[in-house]
Write a protein that binds this ligand. Sequence first.
Ligand code: NAP
Length: 572
Amino acid sequence: MPHVITQSCCNDGSCVFACPVNCIHPTPDEPGFATSEMLYIDPVACVDCGACVGACPVGAIVPDNRLDAKQLPFAEVNASYYPERPADVKVPPTSKLAPVLPAAEVHARRQPLTVAIVGSGPAAMYAADELLVQNGVRVNVFERLPTPYGLVRAGVAPDHQETKRITQLFDRVAGHHRFRFYLNVEIGKHLSHAELLAHHHAVLYAVGAPEDRRLDIEGMGLPGTGTATALVAWINGHPDFAHLPVDLGHERVVIIGNGNVALDVARVLTTHPDDLSRTDIADHALQALRGSAIREVVIAARRGPTHSAFTLPELIGLTGTSDVVLDAADHQRVRDDLAAASDPLTRGKLEILSSLGGASAPAPRIGRPRIRLAYRLTPRRVLGRRRASAVEFSVTGTDEVRRIDAGLVLTSIGYRGKPIRDLPFDDATAVVPNDGGRVLDPRGGHGSGRPVPGAYVAGWIKRGPTGFIGTNKACSLQTVQAVVADFNAGKLTDPVAEPLALERLVLARQPDTVDSAGWRAIDAAEIARGNNDGRPRNKFTAVADMLAAAAGAPQTPSRRRLRARRRERIAG
Ligand code: NAP
């Protein structure tokens, strides 16, 4: 009775290291790790000990006799990763040694390694976790919002609550006595890079890719057009997007691009609001969805079925919960692609696509709205006078033009990093140039540039906007290895002052700084609000409300200093 990894796999590899018989692949030291859609348990080698279940931070691993109907396809997905072989032949174990991090050296005359991390999403929290396992290392995390955890809070769809369980791991990291949160503090506004570096040995930017790739076609920008990522932030109650004008009073939505973000948006727009009301979806979004007139969401990809950007686990999840259909022409494309496909992942996706219902009839007027996957449609322009009314596509590679009527047009063509003040930026790839996490200044040095002392990157701003939450674990570990090596080599300058001086500086610049106790107070207040009506939490969507909740945290010496600073500001 082997265990099975299911849809919410975060890919961080914790299970790999917990498994005593090395039956979970690809391991972080195997070539396919960073690009694989999930991890897979070898059903032949699994001894059913359950060690991986305890290690998985998102509850994605289930014994195969306890899979529910929606999870059942994952038994086959796990098995199909491994070659066919006689039942008693196991895949030979590969090395799965946890990468060894050299310890930050402790010198009598040097201060212990102190690192500022900018951003508080998965890459930031995995980096903090790696640093804090070492003796004496101190970590300060700076975040622009009063709430931490980046896209886990504001990007993961609300109906994927298991995925959000990773925050329990992050809360444990944040609870470490050598960890400090400086929330509601913006680097580049309240503090400069130079000031931050003066108070730390190193500054590690894990700020993600906060912007969207833009589709430059006529009509984008009309009312009724927007981006899927902004809609996701609105659904998740991100304070910057709480007042996004979202009009769901139209029968059809077209989403351009077919990655996992497109699937998230389509699923949320078509799920029954009563089901969403049991999640942490923002109140404003739930209310809008209750009044929605949407009958169909079309996800339009410019290439064919073989090149679908969504992953197999997400397609399984989508088709298990939603009514998903295909046009007749796309059914034919799927059949043609299936005949040519050889790799199991692509075949898995195509087989599911081939089993979908047809879209020949108009979307039904009763029941839940449906999702239509459409292929080989290259967007040409958005039509409409005062607002969007349709999208005009060309059938990719031909002169044939197709028009799909829609009152809401969303692009979902990927995230994009944005420049960080005082650091180099590569506009073409939208990342900070780096070598394994060490920031490089392309203007100096040989070939690719020379390292910028004390500056590091991890996550999407380092490698671009691809991968899953746990992909950041290996990425952040690599950067932390560079930080520790540079510290041990004496390349990093000791902070100029005691930690209290940093606190004073931050509070002088931002008296509304939220600390760890403040975050715990916000967290507890949101959970209490949610529990009143059977939800995991009911988020605050206004910064002022978050700050009011944070102010209710128990008093500590540093919180007393914070209050005194605020009183001074009010008096002054
Ligand atoms: P993505 O996976 O990169 O997909 C982008 C889509 O946009 C592709 O279909 C791409 O088509 C299309 N596209 C790009 N430029 C286009 C253009 N000019 N015109 C038309 N279409 C265009 O991006 P994403 O969906 O934003 O996801 C970002 C990352 O987050 C991915 O790694 C994703 O797996 C991950 N994520 C994971 C989950 C999850 O696991 N549940 C949820 C959300 C996001 P082409 O392929 O033809 O370029």
